[in-house]
Design a binder for this molecule. Structure first.
Ligand SMILES: [Zn+2]
Length: 334
């Protein structure tokens, strides 16, 4: 079945959200990705229960996104957790405490379990674990030696020693890279299992670039038994000339992995920071994904993200293009 979605944020006034939900439904969407930040958990739980109910009434499946929670997932907002609980923060090799939570820290995992409970209470169908990562530094090269990385907090050091029988090195060795990746995989496994135990489906989006602070061997995520859907977000740059090849490479990779492990593949489509006149790239990306066998698309974000600094230059044209593409997909024989 064709699944078409869009992410939605910036508004928590339920009766105003309803107006947008109609537009989203009319565009052809059958699901919505609601950002659910730490602020939302703390102050807007009641509003979210109403919003999710409204989404369901409009016929939209609801995915909820731990938007910038602990800054260890994607999102353009703040984390209060890393300000209130300094012990939970990642530490780099210079001993600096960073404003991003450590995925290995038990207190962060406890917070994430609370987040899952809050999303469940709101009525989520799918929990969308978006871009899990350690603090991202540039990849080392001749100019940038592998001396600065995270996390080497006390929890990570103890875990590294337990796993390898060795002290955690200062340099970003192959052992450290593997350790970091496996920590992200273990955290994602923990979150997917908790999602399923709470009666929801688990979806994960992986960052489309190689870095020692992200998951690079995607099969480690695709093979998680509790995972339902795996996706990626190959967001092209303004004026990029090879959108088709760029998106196609990732779409095929996701489709191949999803097929191998019997998961639902999904693909994110850029709908922000698009220069005026380049809206056709949306069509190119969706068509490329479709040709690769993707039948689950989501756009970031609603109405060309017109209400936030990452907005497209002509959000109206972006939304019109996305709507046309979704409508065309719906007319194709399944
Ligand atoms: Zn750590």
């Amino acid at each position: 079945m064709l699944k078409l979605g869009v992410s939605y944020y910036g508004n928590r006034i339920p009766w105003r959200v309803r107006e947008d939900l109609k537009v989203i439904r009319e565009a052809g969407c059958n699901y919505i990705v609601l950002t659910f930040s730490e602020e939302d958990v703390e102050f807007y739980q009641g509003a979210f229960q109403e919003i999710v109910k409204a989404c369901h009434e409009e016929g939209l499946e609801v995915w909820m996104d731990p938007w910038a929670v602990g800054q260890a997932f994607g999102g353009e907002t703040y984390s209060s957790l890393v300000a209130k609980n300094l012990a939970v923060r990642q530490v780099n090799t210079h001993g600096e405490s960073l404003a991003i939570a450590c995925p290995n820290h038990p207190a962060f995992r406890d917070y994430l379990l609370k987040w899952i409970q809050a999303a469940k209470k709101a009525g989520a169908d799918v929990l969308f674990w978006d871009e899990p990562h350690f603090m991202i530094y540039p990849e080392p090269d001749a100019q940038y030696p592998a001396k600065l990385w995270a996390c080497c907090c006390g929890v990570c050091q103890a875990l590294f020693e337990r796993k390898t029988g060795q002290e955690m090195p200062q340099l970003l060795t192959p052992e450290v890279r593997l350790f970091k990746e496996d920590c992200l995989v273990a955290t994602t496994r923990f979150l997917c299992e908790a999602t399923v135990e709470n009666g929801m489906k688990a979806s994960v989006c992986l960052l489309p670039f190689e870095n020692s602070s992200t998951v690079n061997d995607w099969s480690k995520i695709a093979s998680l038994p509790a995972l339902w859907s795996i996706g990626t977000d190959p967001y092209w740059r303004p004026h990029q000339s090879d959108v088709e090849q760029f998106v196609g490479r990732f779409a095929r990779r996701i489709k191949e992995l999803a097929d191998r492990y019997r998961k639902e593949p999904h693909l994110w489509i850029l709908n922000f920071k698009i220069p005026k006149g380049e809206e056709r790239t949306i069509r190119t990306a969706i068509e490329t994904g479709y040709q690769a066998g993707i039948r689950n698309f989501a756009a970031w974000s609603y109405y060309g993200a017109s209400y936030i600094s990452i907005r497209a230059e002509d959000p109206q044209a972006v939304w019109k293009t996305l709507t046309e593409c979704y409508q065309e997909l719906l007319k194709r024989p399944s």
